[in-house]
Design a protein around this ligand. Sequence first.
Ligand code: NAD
Length: 440
Amino acid sequence: MRIGVIGCGYVGLVCGISFANMGHQVICSDISAEKITSLQSGNMPIKEQGLAELLQKTNRQGNITFTTDNVQTISESETIFITVGTPSLPDGSADLSYLWSAVRQIAAYLQSEKSGKKLIVVKSTVPVGTCDDVATFFAQQGIGGDKVIDVIHNPEFLRQGNAVHDFLFPDRIIIGCTSAESKEIMNQIYREIKAPIQFCDRRSAELIKYAANTFLAMKISYINMIACLSDKLGADISEVARGIGSDPRIGTSFLQAGIGYGGSCFPKDLLALLKIGEDHACELPLIEAVAQINNQLPGYLLEKLEEQLGNLAGKRIALLGLAYKPMTDDIREAPSLRISGRLQEADARIQAYDPFVKDNYPISDVHLFASAEECVKDCDAVIILTEWEEFKQLSLPALTQFMKNPLIVDGRNIFSIQQIKEWALTSTFTYVSVGRPTVS
Ligand code: NAD
């Protein structure tokens, strides 16, 4: 099938390259000339596991092209996926300006050209009713069923860091469309992927995406709320999480206590759902609490640091991990930003190491190092902010030898208390984590 993808970010690239790899003819466009130039020369502008290799393989097959010209994408494809960003506006609602810009270009093309019929698939996460609005807009522009088969919603559930795998092996594919013709096209597009497809109306599909993300964020905030209580009670949140998670009605995933969630999706999708609720006079107190708990966590972790160090002015603090999660270089809404901002306010000296974030960190006072060992050298404390596998393999007795003061604040609970206690038998350090007793 001839597929167009508008927006070459994490979702657009994974989706476009994967579709091309399945044998579809794909054209992807983006307004960022830098990204497109990089892609045209075979280089991957984002860090996403397996994606650069998949692009190389796909380039050899010759069925993917990249352009800065959305009109070319629109004209050359039968099905157009819109995968542009939908970030937060100051009032929390989703900024749909990128989406509407793409929609207007599609409409202009369909009005002016003798094109065949096209299926418009909104893959970006959009407020409920957006696809209805897009369909109404086309109708108002005089663009009828002879030009647009349908406007449908196909939310994406990939996790950055595992995006290629998640796209190729999803738990389910949600498609908000009701017409037989668009269902048939989507079945063809996804024919290689062995996952159940749930067809539903597009409003439900739009709500499914928000409900899924806010539910996962709720699990994280729930365990973090219990972790704060666990700190007061002298319990071990890892044991608590294991104990409740082994009940299959609860499940073990997303029950890792720590500094909380970040990234380009959970924070903005929570805010957007709250705004949707407000606009429809429907209070969502649970979602408000989820966001509130998450917002308090950086301050909570820094209180633990101050309990150990006192005034932070002039103290040298090492941050291990800047990305919001492992296996990505994405720092959007990463907890590291809040932590570094607060440390900067406190006049601390900040050093950091992240395996993927090597430059372009927006807080200039954060000095980046090439390894964990170099980063912690002469520091008064180290704070672990991303659960990189590389950090899980560190030996704390060895690492703390480089430090001025052997204090570890583990914002991701990456070490078991048992391991820490074993190390503490032969080595001197203080280990502070979230929802678990301090070991020193
Ligand atoms: P992103 O910011 O990484 O990429 C968006 C891309 O769209 C950018 O490269 C930007 O230059 C481009 N763009 C903006 N306007 C354009 C236009 N008019 N024409 C062409 N290109 C344009 O965003 P992302 O992380 O890929 O997310 C895209 C959407 O998918 C969002 O709605 C997001 O909520 C959703 N989503 C993201 C993830 C994720 O893990 N990142 C997962 C599921 C869903």
